[in-house]
Design a protein around this ligand. Structure first.
Ligand SMILES: [Zn+2]
Ligand SMILES: [Zn+2]
Length: 163
């Protein structure tokens, strides 16, 4: 059984925030112990470029692949002993599948550690701390970081000795 998911937004924990609704296909298949969920999906989360600190949208391409076990024994209706598999994902007491926690886990796993606004992000200026790029004016020499000035002076001396 498959059903499409589109236009769905869910709350995420911590600082994570969806900026694009979930789009994907959820396929559910019965196994001899429970159900198998296979759900590739796409979304985007709000983030910050790790180089220039610009607010960005981070595309997320993730997939849920999980066997979900019942929390009640189908035959007896009694709660199953969870101590045998404490980490297993469980259906609710109404035999319902809760996708939200699975989606959250998949997004957390797919979230890049160091996202960039673009692959060649120029980063921040060492002198003024502003983002480098077309909008960034060059600095007159006297604004240059003393460490860079020392390096420049050294280079000039080096050339003079060799010349
Ligand atoms: Zn950037
Ligand atoms: Zn600058």
């Amino acid at each position: 059984m498959s059903f499409p998911v589109a236009g769905v937004t869910i709350p995420l924990p911590g600082e994570l925030r969806l900026v694009s609704p979930l789009e994907g296909i959820v396929t559910v298949a019965r196994t001899n112990r429970g159900i198998l969920v296979d759900a590739p999906f796409r979304t985007a989360i709000a983030g910050t470029c790790s180089r220039c600190l610009l607010d960005i949208e981070i595309p997320i391409d993730a997939r849920i692949e999980e066997e979900v076990l019942p929390s009640l024994d189908i035959a007896s209706g009694l709660p199953v002993d969870r101590s045998l598999e404490p980490d297993a994902v469980r259906l609710t007491g109404h035999h319902e599948l809760e996708l939200e926690p699975l989606v959250r886990d998949a997004i957390s796993l797919a979230e890049p550690i160091a996202p960039l606004c673009r692959p060649d992000c120029p980063g921040l200026c060492l002198v003024c701390g502003e983002r480098l790029g077309p909008g960034h004016a060059t600095h007159p020499d006297d604004d240059i970081d003393p460490r860079l000035a020392a390096l420049r002076a050294f280079r000039v001396d080096d050339e003079a000795e060799n010349g």
